[in-house]
Design a protein around this ligand. Structure first.
Ligand SMILES: *Cc1c(COP(=O)(O)O)cnc(C)c1O
Length: 848
């Protein structure tokens, strides 16, 4: 049609009785509270889906008569009042009693920085696992009543929307959303102005403005450079998540790190603990240090304070997940920061050096924080090994990297039907998320009742698969006959098909192709008409990850292959909404990462808490989650076998388990309409996952093991004009100057053969090169040899200083050799100062 389209929006008038619908549209509580969301979608389901489940947009478009009808509908109004009362009660809620003993909301404040946050599909500032984890962390921190703020970026185009064409190629599109459509409001200064801040950029000053998103108790501050006055290029810095080139990524990270700290400062928000979630935000360390120096401290002491109060979480062993910036980019952008820190650029650059080229954000974060963790037990170990060069002389098993295993936000991912059942049968379950024993009560739910809920959820998923697929195929011009063949098992009246799901980012280490390691065999397994089984795939690949896109094409090609049509499905547009319906509706959740690259993996946790049974490589969280009776684990083959062989052998395990365990257990009917054995397995999955892998457990662990110690440590160093920080910095300087010349000599070599109760007498000369006896610790490690060359430590004993002898410091110990079977001892020395956060934080240690 010719002619210009002039924008026009006719909004309904929200009836006064319903005016709180607008209020809660601006509170991300709706992202996890389904009863709030239902107040919207009950008014107009089609419109709700059409506007991406976005309450603000919905309220501007919903028809006036729907609102008026609702306002005069008794049952709607009753629900409305009940939901609003529950919302008010939530907002009144205080700090969880267990945490109230550790943190004091009137004094403590945690600031959490991340480049992406996944709260809900209507707020597209996330890409995948990292963002959703950050969203879940905020949600759980709010549920627990923690004093907490989060800082991120407001992307207008967000991450891309995915479609898959008829050839299996991923198509990428971006939709821009105006802040006006998002659950944010301008952050105002005291005088009522929109808060802005400035960052020095090469040849110009960049300005950013700040938006506030409310999520129950907590606030999320989001920075945005799309403002007049910035250059057209600069206005795009916060346009796309993980878009643009390296330079744009560096710019984004400066906005987040430097800008984020400035925003909090301007707001008068004074965090006592800072949490850097992944290296992207690590520039905030430099900004905070520069600020302390501006107040008169020297660099070293200022950095001691900054580091002591900061927690850093690293999220992946995959190299591409660690940002590395070239020297020329760093020179271009970080010169002003080096001046603010009163140092040469080279010294700043050295903070990010690692074994490879370039400036590594993870290295910066590890050097300038004192509390570090990976995201599962396996990953903590792997990260400690990977990053060992930061503490060059410390065996990686002992370096300061620890772990907190990820968890997921229960209310976000638990199906509404399960929530209703829990409300009916379990009292006060929302306050029992940290109590493992409590969840044994799931056993009391009769099997038939339990199964009827699961079956209804599966039905909803199959409906969704059908709808998505039909739309996808019609758009791609697939013939109706083919579409009918594709969907034939979905519309089966009986609908008892076994459904397996695989959805995650398509990255090569996740090995989505492993299921097809023996395609004929898989076709045979899935093709058994007596025991039908289907597999649903979904996921995005980063637009520049070509091997990841190849995987999408591979799955697509199988999904239309005659052997697999109607058995293998590939759904486009993976987002939080599709993730929710998949994890709540499948029977089995598959995960096939290449060990040890998964770090944690959280989708399996989402599936497990809904009673789906995990079948996964024993990597990431599943290495801890698998109990032997709550699913299946594939033991990873040794790394020296190489990618191909590992994939082949683990793929073989996978098919064996599906063929000989999953399908027979699922179809073990014994005359009833479902398998009791399966229900037992499913309940075991649910009750082991809910209390151990929910985000409140994760946040509680952070509070106990990281936030509170970081707060205490910073406080200790900061007291009395930061005297301890200054002393510690000066002491480290002395150690650094002397350490290369420090030596040890064993004086008396004890007999290598002792009997029980004999004494092991050790005397060591320490040549301390100017350090005092109190500046070091000497230890004797007693142990035995285990497999290979490994030395297993059984006992550690400290040697004490015994005076001076021949110009050296004499250290000694007389040990009773009580541990029969000991084989070896070793002696080591390291610098020691009580004021440190971790005894090995200097990374210095020598051995005899
Ligand atoms: C949970 C989730 C992820 C992360 O899943 P992993 O198992 O960690 O790969 C990614 N995308 C979406 C939409 C999710 O909900």
């Amino acid at each position: 049609m010719p002619g210009t389209r002039f924008p026009l929006e006719v909004q309904p008038r929200i009836p006064a009785e319903l005016n709180r619908l607008s209020e809660v549209a601006n509170d991300l509580v709706y992202s996890w509270d389904r009863s709030i969301r239902s107040l919207y979608h009950r008014l107009d389901r089609e419109l709700w889906d059409g506007c991406g489940h976005n309450p603000k947009v919905f309220l501007r478009r919903v028809a006036q008569d729907r609102l008026d009808d609702a306002a005069s509908d008794r049952s709607y109004m009753e629900d409305y009042r009940r939901v609003m009362a529950a919302y008010d009660a939530y907002r009144e809620h205080r700090v969880h009693p267990e945490l109230a003993e550790i943190l004091d909301p009137s004094e403590d404040l945690i600031a959490y920085f991340c480049l992406e946050f996944g709260f809900h599909e209507s707020f597209p500032i996330y890409s995948g696992g990292l963002g959703i984890l950050a969203g879940d962390h905020c949600k759980a921190a709010g549920d627990l009543g923690l004093p907490f703020v989060a800082v991120g970026l407001l992307y207008q185009a967000g991450y891309f929307t995915q479609t898959i064409d008829g050839q299996g190629h991923q198509q990428v599109s971006y939709t821009r959303s105006h802040p006006h459509d998002l659950p944010v409001v301008p952050t105002l200064t005291e005088s009522g102005q929109h808060l802005t801040l400035e960052i020095e950029f090469p040849g110009r000053t960049l300005r950013a403005q700040v938006w506030t998103a409310q999520a129950g108790h907590i606030k999320l501050y989001l920075l945005d450079t799309n403002i007049p006055g910035n250059t057209a290029q600069d206005r795009l810095i916060t346009n796309q998540l993980y878009g643009g080139d390296r330079e744009m990524r560096l710019q984004q990270e400066l906005v987040l790190g430097v800008g984020g700290v400035r925003a909090l400062r301007k707001l008068g928000v004074r965090p006592t603990v800072w949490h850097i979630n992944e290296g992207h935000a690590a520039f905030q360390l430099l900004e905070r240090c520069a600020y302390r120096m501006n107040e008169g401290m020297d660099y070293d002491s200022a950095m001691e304070l900054v580091a002591a109060g900061t927690v850093f979480t690293t999220h992946t062993p995959v190299p591409a997940g660690h940002d590395i910036f070239d020297h020329h980019l760093m020179v271009k952008y970080l010169q002003p920061m080096a001046s603010a820190l009163g140092m040469d650029f080279d010294k700043l650059y050295a903070l990010g050096l690692n074994s490879g080229d370039g400036f590594n954000m993870t290295s910066l974060a590890l050097r300038c924080t004192r509390f570090h963790n990976g995201v599962s037990r396996v990953h903590g170990r792997v990260a400690a090994e990977m990053e060992q060069s930061i503490w060059p002389q410390i065996p990686h098993q002992e370096n300061p990297i620890r772990h907190v295993t990820n968890g997921v936000h229960l209310q976000t991912f638990l199906a509404r039907e399960w929530i209703s059942l829990f409300d009916l049968r379990l009292d006060d379950w929302r306050n029992e998320l940290l109590n493992e024993d409590y969840w044994q009560r799931l056993e009391d739910i009769p099997d038939y009742h339990y199964w009827s809920i699961h079956k209804a959820l599966k039905q909803q998923l199959l409906q969704r698969v059908q709808d998505t697929l039909v739309a996808q195929q019609q758009r791609n011009g697939t013939s109706d006959a083919v579409v009918r063949r594709m969907t034939r098992h979905l519309v089966d009246d009986d609908n008892d098909v076994l459904v397996m799901g695989f959805a995650r980012r398509f990255a090569t280490y996740k090995r989505a192709g492993m299921l097809f390691s023996d395609p004929q065999r898989l076709a045979r397994i899935l093709g058994n008409a007596e025991r039908p089984a289907i597999i649903v795939f979904a996921g995005k690949a980063h637009p520049s990850d070509h091997p990841g896109q190849q995987l999408i094409k591979l799955i697509h090609d199988y999904s239309v292959h005659p052997d697999f049509i109607g058995k293998i499905f590939l759904l486009e547009g993976y987002d939080m909404a599709l993730a929710r319906s998949m994890v709540t509706g499948v029977d089995v959740w598959l995960n096939t990462p290449e060990y040890p690259l998964e770090a944690s993996g959280t989708s399996g946790q989402k599936a497990g808490l809904n009673g789906a049974v995990n079948l996964s490589v024993l990597d990431g969280w599943w290495d801890e989650g698998y109990t032997g009776d709550n699913g299946w684990g594939i033991t990873p083959r040794d790394e020296h076998f190489g990618h191909e062989q590992r994939q082949q052998e683990e793929g073989n395990d996978l098919l064996n388990i599906i063929e000989h365990e999953v399908i027979p257990t699922y179809y073990q009917r014994d005359g009833s309409g479902y398998s009791h054995q399966w229900v037992t397995l499913s309940k075991a999955s649910m009750k082991s996952t809910i209390p151990r892998f929910n985000a409140q457990r994760m946040v509680r662990d952070y509070v106990r093991d990281f936030y509170a110690p970081a707060r205490d440590q910073r406080r200790k160093l900061e007291a009395n004009g930061a005297s301890l920080a200054r002393e510690l910095a000066a002491w480290k300087q002395r150690v650094r100057e002397s350490w290369a010349g420090v030596r040890m000599e064993l004086q008396v070599q004890p007999s290598a053969h002792l009997f029980h109760d004999d004494r092991l007498m050790l005397r060591v000369h320490g040549h301390l090169n100017g350090l005092a006896a109190g500046d070091v610790k000497l230890e004797c490690l007693l142990g035995r040899e285990v497999a290979g060359d490994e030395f297993k430590v059984e006992q550690i004993a400290e040697l004490s200083a015994m005076g001076e002898e021949n110009g050296a410091t004499l250290f000694g110990i007389d040990l009773e050799a009580k541990l029969a079977g000991l084989q070896y001892y070793k002696l080591r020395m390291y610098p020691y100062n009580e004021a440190q956060s971790h005894r090995f934080e200097m990374g210095a240690m020598i051995w005899i």
